[in-house]
Ligand binder design. Structure first.
Ligand code: IMP
Length: 424
């Protein structure tokens, strides 16, 4: 397995949590490279569900070391809450969970500004998760952020005072919102500072040593390719790079150390939040999809918008991430349908577009061009061998491979850890 990057290839929620959990059974180290508690990675073991927002899904295997890389933004509130939940389930994180000192911290003012700026944007809002992600990354790139290292530094209180004073002015003067209580927030962060100390470690060194010792490493992406700040449907994106290039930068390893990139792709398409979505289904069928697939956000509980499989996106994701293999998830959800539509190109002003366009006004106006394929109308959730799948189901999978030129490594046919078909 060596070093494997696992990336989401749609608008997030492709089922990366389950995939990373399965791959982690053979992994020594699992590292998250971007994003923060905006992610919601759901893992089901023997019917028992765990939702992780910040801690890598690999933590459910007790010998796996988990890291949060420098590219991640960390909210100590959620981090310790999640850790407590794991401890309650008898999962110990002691000496196997590390946070890069270079990772940035989501401060309460980041959350407050996220909420206030979304409220002020009215119908132009992005529909963020409200977790402070954008404002935390804004500060990072503005060089005014608070890293884990800064939280632990001797001049933390001074930095903190400067930061909260400036942010309170933004909250009050720009957004007409309430200021944060500096003393209360400081007290809380002085506690977090002590609690975080034992977890701070140079993650780049942890991963580099693992690579030198021929261990298996997984670099776990959050969100998806189309939410990428550079390659996604800007401005309706998150504020980091979920794409494979960030797997190196966000953990502090060189790109040539990555041996393979696996792309997680749902057998249909979903999106949470606002922004263009060419294959979105309207009406009752959208509601049915949502019910069949349980398409509600693991972080915010919001309903997901649902649509047909879009192979223009698949081809784009394969190119942007240099994919070696697909992991197709939620194939069982399509068992309810007699006929399935697959988008193979877009039409814009009478012209066929084969490549995913970067101009938002084009994407908003495109018309999807579909082929209709026969469904299999049969429960496949108990199948564990490719050869046992109904022929129309195999045809569906083969079509994805043929169209994108990327082979399939694994298919998921149900929420549980063992509901997968591995391809050799
Ligand atoms: P933010 O990341 O909270 O700033 O939200 C920006 C956009 O990304 C919004 O449309 C969110 O719904 C979306 N988003 C962020 N994280 C996830 C995720 O883990 N899954 C799906 N959508 C997400």
């Amino acid at each position: 397995m060596a070093v494997t990057a696992v990336v989401g290839c749609q608008w997030g929620d492709e089922g990366k949590g389950k995939v990373v959990d399965i791959l982690s059974a053979r992994a020594d180290v699992v590292a998250r490279y971007q994003g923060g508690p905006n992610a919601g990675h759901t893992v089901v073991v023997a019917g028992d569900q765990t939702i992780l927002h910040q801690i890598p899904s690999g933590i459910l295997h007790d010998r796996t070391v988990c890291c949060l890389g420098n590219g991640v933004v960390i909210d100590p509130h959620t981090f310790f809450q999640e850790m407590e939940e794991l401890t309650d389930r008898g999962i110990s994180v002691k000496n196997r969970l590390w946070i890069s000192p270079q990772a940035h911290v989501i401060m309460p003012y980041h959350r407050a500004i996220d909420e206030a700026s979304e409220a002020a944007a009215g119908n132009r809002k992005i529909g963020t998760t409200g977790r402070g992600i954008g404002p935390a990354y804004t500060d990072k790139y503005n060089r005014t952020g608070m890293r884990v290292a800064d939280l632990l530094a001797p001049d933390f209180e001074e930095r903190f005072h400067r930061a909260i004073e400036a942010k309170n002015r933004i909250l009050v003067e720009l957004y007409k919102a309430s200021p944060l209580d500096e003393r209360l927030v400081l007290e809380e962060f002085l506690r977090f500072r002590e609690q975080l100390k034992p977890f701070a470690k140079d993650v780049s060194v942890v991963i580099y040593d693992a690579i030198r010792n021929k261990k298996n490493v997984i670099l776990e992406g959050a969100q998806g390719t189309l939410l990428d700040i550079d390659h996604g449907t800007y401005p309706y994106v998150t504020s980091s790079n979920p794409t494979a290039g960030m797997a190196a930068t966000g953990t502090g390893i060189g790109p040539r150390h990555i041996d393979q990139v696996l792309g997680v792709f749902k057998a249909y398409t979903t999106r949470v939040g606002n922004g263009p979505f060419p294959t979105e289904i309207m009406g009752d069928l959208q509601t049915s999809f949502r019910e069949w697939g349980g398409e509600y956000g693991a972080t915010t509980g919001r309903s997901r918008r649902c649509g047909w499989l879009d192979l223009v996106i698949a081809k784009y994701a394969a190119r942007i991430n240099s994919l070696d293999g697909w992991i197709i998830t939620k194939l069982d959800v399509l068992s309810h349908l007699d006929e399935i539509k697959v988008c193979t190109s877009y039409k814009y002003k009478g012209q066929i577009i084969e490549h995913f366009p970067s101009e938002s006004w084009i994407l908003k106006a495109v018309e999807p061009v579909y082929v209709t394929v026969k469904g299999w109308s049969k429960d496949i959730s108990g199948i564990r061998e490719y050869g046992q799948l109904p022929v129309n189901c195999r045809n569906y999978l083969d079509y994805i491979t043929e169209f994108t030129g990327v082979k399939i490594n694994m298919v998921s046919v149900g929420p549980d850890r063992d509901a997968v078909i591995q391809f050799r």
